[in-house]
Design a protein around this ligand. Sequence first.
Ligand SMILES: [Fe+2]
Length: 192
Amino acid sequence: MRFELPALPYDRHSLEPHLSAAMVDAHYSGYHLACIQRLNTRLECLNPTADSLEELLDSTDDEIAYLAAEVWNHAFYWHCLTPWGNTTPAAELKADIDGAFGSLAGFHQAFKTSALAHIGSGWIWLIRNHDGQLTIITTNDGQAPLAQGIKPLIGIDLWEHAWYLDFQNNRDAYLDAISTLINWDFVTLNNG
Ligand SMILES: [Fe+2]
């Protein structure tokens, strides 16, 4: 099958003033689409019967595995954000956040600190580790926790293409903007 660019869950203008429509468009219609097109081209030669991204994450072809992860990561990222605000983690998840980070504000601070400490391109995630504890991790480039069998709760893009157009070298400001856009309804769903 050929993979298609999934619809954005909101209008590309609707994350303004936090993330500009121009930056969302460049990220979504530019980078995300380009990853899908390149993946489709590679699959035509090597695996034309593939029908899910998940099955490609451990492909023996490094390019296919990398692109499948990036395509999956980006679809997940768009859903981690919401223009509508006023979402909060459900009670059980909130209790675990309080237990792990002290408070929701403590989580946001820990998330930002870890993101700022990450060197180079990559992603930051909130996951449950193998003991079920909420944990913040970062991955390099297009690596995805899902490839290690870990379904993330939150995934935020740390590549420069995710923020540089609006914020130049101020990744700190991008992370502040992101903290106001987290779709806690989606995160709660991911918590199972
Ligand atoms: Fe990206």
